[in-house]
Design a protein around this ligand. Structure first.
Ligand SMILES: [Zn+2]
Length: 80
């Protein structure tokens, strides 16, 4: 699994809706990719905050922000 796929699946993963097989792949990726761990951690915290107000999936604007963060983080290093 590549970083890009991790970002694509992140909201499903956090919501526990990700296919178990994909979740395992994602976790394997996280084990060796610190950048994605940071992104997942940030998303988790964000979702926790949102869960206090409403039990919604990762909101689009948050997803956009995470995507932007991802693009900025990886642009300097090229595609991973
Ligand atoms: Zn990664």
């Amino acid at each position: 699994m590549r970083c890009r796929q991790v970002i694509d699946k992140i909201s499903e993963y956090i919501d526990g809706e990700l296919d178990p097989e994909l979740a395992r792949e994602l976790e394997r990726h996280l084990a060796h990719c610190e950048d994605c761990r940071i992104v997942v951690d940030t998303a988790n915290k964000t979702v926790e905050i949102f869960n206090h107000t409403e039990p919604a999936a990762l909101p689009d604007d948050v997803r956009e922000r995470l995507n932007g963060m991802f693009v900025r983080r990886f642009r300097k290093d090229g595609p991973n």
